[in-house]
Design a protein around this ligand. Structure first.
Ligand SMILES: Nc1nc2c(ncn2[C@@H]2O[C@H](COP(=O)(O)OP(=O)(O)OP(=O)(O)O)[C@@H](O)[C@H]2O)c(=O)[nH]1
Ligand SMILES: [Mg+2]
Length: 348
């Protein structure tokens, strides 16, 4: 599938700290020997696969990852402190690929909790104490510390959609996807502009979810009308459907029913999924008309639809709130079930 999230990032492990040059100086001890300690090791770059992340969206904001260098050694044979390892948390299923033409696979974080030390920090340099020998009792030699390693890599993750957009052709599904994600789906005022599903990542109030835009359904799609309904397979595993109904269409209540009928005919549990209904293209009609349309769709769906206009950002906030709420804690931030959270402790 071409549903991939990817990000290019820069990694650098820490350099080793320099070894110290120092001589013991104490009262009553003449010509104290060399006592410069070794430098500390630089921090490693480590990948860790963690639950609760389902996209690579964070890597669009932070692209450079540098582990700290080791501290220098000191007198009295003190070694420098090691630089802390930098642990980069990635979603389970993330692959790390080389920035070359073949995109060579370098690491595969398939298991929850899996850790891969990807770049080693440089070793610390030796302090002058370690250069002491029978022929050189006062060495001034020391090591500078080994450099860290650096490289650009690609992170790649196969996405699974959390929510799917359904509706008649021209309902504004792709426009909606474009306005809430950084996808750039093709938009057109003719039916079946979208022929291939496309995904985008929505970030809303600290939560994120993956939204799938698919082609439009028409009456008889289950029997092959239009381009059929096989593309519904792409939303089979979503937890929620966002059903868009064109507010300016001829018969919004009827449009709603046609799409529901096709979801039913397709089967695979689509008709039983959570559904959020929104009237799209609401800017094209006046308030009175909108109230009428909302009533008709409420009658057909059993719930009051949201009214939106995606290109001008009208009505989007409450709709996204409702989607995030209905998706529940989801994989983004697992939290205890309400029943476990609210009930006071009791031995019974
Ligand atoms: N005025 C207005 N036009 C809109 C709005 N949303 C979408 N449109 C227009 O409606 C037409 C259809 O939009 P699309 O986003 O392509 O609709 P779609 O549901 O993805 O259509 P298919 O891919 O063919 O199923 C385009 O000309 C859009 O510019 C809206 O909120 N207001
Ligand atoms: Mg479309």
């Amino acid at each position: 599938m071409h549903f991939l999230d990817q990000a290019k990032i820069f990694l650098r492990s820490g350099a080793g700290g320099p070894g110290a040059v120092s001589f013991r100086r104490e009262k009553f001890i003449e010509f104290g020997g060399p006592d410069g300690g070794d430098g500390g090791k630089g921090g490693d770059i480590i990948f860790e696969a963690v639950p609760g992340l389902n996209t690579l969206i964070d890597f669009r904001y932070t692209q450079h990852f540098r582990a700290p260098r080791g501290k220098g050694g000191a007198g009295s044979n003190k070694s420098g402190a090691g630089g802390e390892d930098l642990v980069i948390k990635v979603p389970v299923g993330t692959q790390v690929l080389a920035d070359n033409e073949e995109r060579t696979l370098l690491a595969d974080l398939a298991q929850e909790g899996q850790r891969v030390t990807f770049l080693k920090g440089g070793d610390g340099g030796r302090g002058n104490a370690s250069y002491k020998s029978s022929t050189n009792r006062a060495p001034r030699q020391h090591g500078e510390g080994w450099p860290g390693e650096e490289m650009w890599v690609w992170l790649r993750l196969k996405l699974l959609a959390d929510a799917g957009l359904v509706g008649l052709p021209n309902a504004g599904k792709s426009t909606f996807l474009n306005s809430v994600t950084n996808a750039s789906a093709k938009v057109g005022d003719y039916p079946f502009t979208t022929l291939r599903p496309q995904l985008g990542v929505v970030r809303h109030k600290g939560r994120e979810f993956v939204l799938a835009d698919i082609p439009g359904l028409i009456e008889g799609a289950a029997e092959g009308a239009g381009i059929g309904d096989r593309f519904l397979g792409h939303v089979e595993r979503t937890r929620l459907l966002l059903h868009l109904v064109d507010a300016a269409g001829d018969d919004p209540g009827g449009a709603y029913r046609v799409v529901r009928g096709e979801l039913d005919a397709y089967g695979a549990g689509l008709a039983d999924k959570h559904e959020v209904v929104a009237l799209s293209r609401a800017d094209l009609i006046d308030a009175r008309q909108l109230a009428k349309v909302a009533k008709a769709v409420e009658k057909a769906s059993g719930a009051r639809p949201f009214a939106i206009s995606a290109p001008i950002g009208e009505g989007m906030e409450p709709l996204l709130d409702a989607i995030v709420e209905r998706l529940g804690a989801g994989p983004a931030e697992p939290r205890p079930k309400a029943s476990e959270q609210d009930r006071p402790w009791s031995p019974l």
